[in-house]
Ligand binder design. Sequence first.
Ligand code: SF4
Length: 449
Amino acid sequence: MEREGLTINPAKTCQPIGAMYAALGIHGCLPHSHGSQGCCSYHRSTLTRHYKEPVMAATSSFTEGASVFGGQANLLQSVETIFSVYDPEVIAVHSTCLSETIGDDLQQITKKASDDGKIPEGKYVIYASTPSFVGSHVTGYANMVTGMAEQFAVSTGEKKDQVNIVAGWMEPSDMREIKDIAKVMGAKIVLFPDTSDVLDAPQTGKHEFYPKGGVTIDALRSTGDSKATVALGCMSAEPAAIALEKKCKVPFETVEIPIGLSATDRFIMALSKAAGVSVPAEITADRGRLVDVMADMEQYFHGKKVALFGDPDQLIPLVEFLLDLGMKPMHIVSGTPGLRFDKRMKEILERAPYANFKLGMGADMFLLHQWIKNEPVDLLIGNTYGKYIARDEDIPFVRFGFPILDRIGHSYFASVGYKGGLRILEKILGVLQDRQDRDALEEKFELVM
Ligand code: SF4
């Protein structure tokens, strides 16, 4: 039945979660939620459950007074308290539905904090507007990363032999892999944000309030002098690259997050061009291994129908990878709206004219479930919330995206690059072959598949 004006189980979450996650990718940063305590608790608990790490964040702690008269006094007091008690290098403030509805102006309030001498020498307060009644967690992430570019990048007039890589929304493991790939290629990069060694920090027996990871403020300031920027994702990374180009004239190229074969090929070529380095044999060998497994296992993938839900910058390359594997992406939903997303996905889906695709309002989990009931699939890919559909319809399920609340692995094993492609392939193959084993007749139950 057609639905209008009603969302059931949205395939997205709220803007500040993305802003908080991005802010954790700056070294020594304390994210700050400008709103009520409930919002901050929800955002922290979702990130903590996804990463199995304690996520620290402060809040302006609105009560009735701030809700009526505005939150300026709360934020000014917060800035003073945070620097004196928690001593971060930077406070990254994001707004919430409530402070946006009141109309609090974060730029004006942070300027007042600076004018009033509440920001110690050498410390920073940055901000991003993240009203949750538009966009999604992906928009919030993009807004905070853009804030980093706008508020930190400086052009000294002297170019540096380095390339900025703006990380689209990806896991700490993926950010680590991007840095490893750049190292193998001999490309000097500044990756931002960078949550590796923040949300996947090792157990040392000692609690570190600010773990050693994260892009440093010096590195962020130097992005204005880089010779080029490669943005990973048209929705979560490109806005920051545009801001850098506007502010510091750093030219940029946007490619997809390197998930799967084709998107990784494009990323490697873009980085090679931007950094002026050639592609070493080690990378070519990794590519060869992925292509080899794709070819060897083709019979298990071919023609299998898949339903997916999640975020734009992951879905675009993932759907392309499924098509490269000979699979059939049948149903795709994402609660995140975006013209660039819509256009790019439709280009990719020219290879799959049978696919149902919906984004933004009404593209929810209920719709996905309806589509699956009408046209069943062999595989479901998406975040933890997909487990209800997978159980109801008895579909093999691969967890991918955000949030994953009931499994581990995403923080530690990369999904990007050729090695990450192998991991995705292994996960898909694992659930498909488990299903084949489970359903095989006794006489067809083979040791070697
Ligand atoms: S949707 Fe708005 S009110 Fe709800 S948690 Fe997010 S910011 Fe707070």
